[in-house]
Write a protein that binds this ligand. Sequence first.
Ligand code: HMG
Ligand code: MG
Length: 284
Amino acid sequence: MAEAEIFEMGPRDGLQNEARPIPTADKIALVDLLSQAGFRRIEVTSFVSPKWVPQMADAAEVMAGITRAPGVCYAVLTPNMQGYLAARAAGASAVAVFASASEGFSRANLNAGIAESLDRMAPVARAAQADGIPVRGYVSMVTDCPFDGPVPPAAVARVAAALRDMGCHEISLGDTIGQGRPETIDAMLAAVLDELPAERLAGHYHDTAGRALDNIDTSLARGLRVFDAAVGGLGGCPYAPGAAGNVATERVAAHLAARGFANGLDPAIIARAANLARAMRGTR
Ligand code: HMG
Ligand code: MG
């Protein structure tokens, strides 16, 4: 059977947008449950400014409290060297830098334009490589931006290439506000595939408009085999108005299986984790 990987985003993308403080112990319990589900990679938290994303202020405590399962990669977001050094001290197995294909969102999310944000991330990628820590790159707003409108595929390809050039082993393509359509996702992928092979790309689709699974099908047809998702479909980005959750892990897992792609996940544990995640956000 062919394989596709789901990269679990729940503890990070799923929880970062929650206004109520979530106890650190609850976050740790969620990660520990997810560690038993069969994921190869879990995005645990973000080492970002607590002034910008208060919910992730306990990143170091969460990393210190989780029980690491053998073979599971515990990844975190690192927007700058300050975040990277804290992530390394916390023993992150992998880090991720994140940029935007649109200027408007870059300024809203990172307080810097695209070029300046890339300049800030390059030392992070260099340091991670020197330390033997894999670094992933995100491109946000790959089709539509709430500030700038439709995003040209060439802009996405440019930022993806810049992240590749700074040493990111994989580029995750974010439909941050879930407005992509199979046609726009396909056009975007065609441009990005001129720069990177499908094996180095991941689809990161929010499900605001209910099209994430269609966009995954389009991506599968283009050869992508890694998809980001969050248990319970939780999430959203605090600096992207209108962003709803990541597509739900349990739905992606069933969808991939129906299309003949094994993903190695335990559906019973995923269901428990989805319930736990929803309860943490008070949306059960
Ligand atoms: P800034 O205000 O320009 O940064 O923010 P600064 O360097 O001037 O620092 C301001 C203060 O923050 C200082 O503290 C720094 O020490 C502190 P003060 O001196 O005022 O007390 N600070 C930090 N503290 C802890 N860890 C750090 C850190 N950096 C600075 N790493 C900055 C610039 C990039 C820091 C800020 O804009 C930021 O943290 N942005 C992150 C926003 C974010 O996390 N967004 C959500 C994640 S992205 C996303 O969800 C999209 C994704 O899912 C893909 C998709 O869906 O498209 C990945
Ligand atoms: Mg996201």
